[in-house]
Design a protein around this ligand. Structure first.
Ligand code: ZN
Length: 228
């Protein structure tokens, strides 16, 4: 069962991740974030953590996690960047000379922040997203101690009335793995589109992710599983 406290916490951290990226993009453009100090970080989560620790008071309150949440936040933020965007090298548009800036993982992303491109979702990513939804169905069946056969899992996974529900519950499980630093790659983007996009394939401008929606859909999926 998705733990309500953990889901609320991770959705809060996720909203701060969006705001941090938006703020950082603007701050890079305005020259507020500079890259003249060399860092020695090997991985993006480590670089994010170190960067946040030293810039903590610069980050706006609504984008800043509590200090005791810096590590899970750094895990979530780094997987958000790596799984959602491609780092495109466009030397002609570089704001900073290649020799002069820090090339640690965080600075490399921040330098590119104003020009990030959303990753494409491949057929493989969609297949993996589908697998994650089937795993979520099995998990919910286990939570209810309800035996379920593969045919029923398949039938639920194919039910168009459960499209958003399945994507959102699987996404909830994925969030909890993310704060531990385990990421599924762009399959998560495919899940996201399952509930935040319309069936016509465009983003729903009114959509806003809430912890309550994840928990409510989990309960709804529980009902569907119990009916099999
Ligand atoms: Zn750096």
């Amino acid at each position: 069962m998705l733990d309500p406290e953990r889901i609320r916490s991770v959705v809060d951290l996720q909203q701060r991740s969006y705001k941090l990226l938006r703020w950082a993009t603007d701050a890079v453009d305005r020259g507020f974030i500079t890259f003249d100090r060399l860092h020695r970080y090997a991985t993006l989560p480590e670089a994010t953590l170190g960067w946040l620790e030293s810039h903590y008071s610069d980050v706006p309150l609504n984008a800043r996690p509590d200090r005791d949440q810096l590590r899970p936040f750094s895990n979530l933020f780094s997987t958000y960047l790596e799984n959602s965007f491609d780092l495109i090298e466009q030397p002609g548009q570089r704001l900073f000379s290649p020799e002069a800036h820090c090339f640690c993982p965080m600075c490399s992303w921040l330098v590119a922040a104003p020009r990030l491109q959303t990753k494409k979702v491949s057929r493989q990513n969609k297949a993996r997203a589908r697998k994650l939804q089937q795993i979520a169905i099995k998990q919910v069946a286990v939570d209810h101690a309800h035996p379920i056969i593969d045919e029923s899992i398949e039938a639920l996974a194919n039910d168009p009335a459960l499209r958003e529900t399945l994507a959102l519950v699987a996404y909830g499980y994925d969030r909890l793995r993310r704060v531990d630093g385990v990421a599924e790659g762009p399959a998560t983007l495919a899940l996201w589109r399952g509930f935040a996009w319309t069936t016509h394939g465009s983003p729903n401008p009114d959509f806003e992710l809430t912890a309550q929606a994840i928990l409510d859909t989990q309960a709804k999926l529980g009902g569907a599983v119990l009916a099999t």
